[in-house]
Design a protein around this ligand. Sequence first.
Ligand code: ADP
Length: 210
Amino acid sequence: MFSIGLTGGIGSGKSQVAQWLDQWGAAVIDTDQIAHALTAAGGQAIAALRGAFGAAAIAADGSLDRAWMRAQAFADPAVRQRLEGIVHPLITQSAQQQAAQASGTYLVYVVPLLVETGHWQARVDRVCVVDCDPDTQVRRVSARSGLTPEAIGRIMSTQASRETRLAAADDVIVNDGTTSLDTLRQQSWRLHQFWCGHALRSRTLTLPPK
Ligand code: ADP
């Protein structure tokens, strides 16, 4: 199936765009949701995470202790690499399983760290970046989550820069501080139509039965 990798920094507006694409008939696969499921109690990644980081990594309810893990990963890049080495292959595997069963005009993989992790670019037909200036990202995320600007800045410092992300883009949706939700929706619709055209052309048409 023709596929899009939808990415953007935290608070850029990816989830909002993905929600519309889903409503319009694309099959959306959200890798953040997959990561949450893998690290929830009983999730597929839990045993490996306990093995790698010890019992301290697992909360009393059996899920990954996210606050503990985040603190360790921020303090030590080697820990972050090990964590990603466990979780990322499982995310890819689960995303592929979902894709095999998906029905829609085309596939949209929502991948926050698409540019950072590298391997997604080879798996999708086009990379779409939702582009936003850092000040607006901080404003949106603090309104949504109540995190402090410092905490948001720390998350953003682990993500690719705006320039690096744009350099990887085939398609760009502008969603900066001056973009209204309506303008965002219109841009998303134009790209949706463009991708539907691609999806149709990339389909192997077989002669219908007599
Ligand atoms: P991401 O998934 O990239 O982290 P979201 O789609 O969740 O970002 O957007 C972050 C927040 O900002 C959400 O509450 C969303 O509704 C809001 N938002 C995004 N774009 C706009 C916009 N152009 N105007 C107003 N609010 C927006």
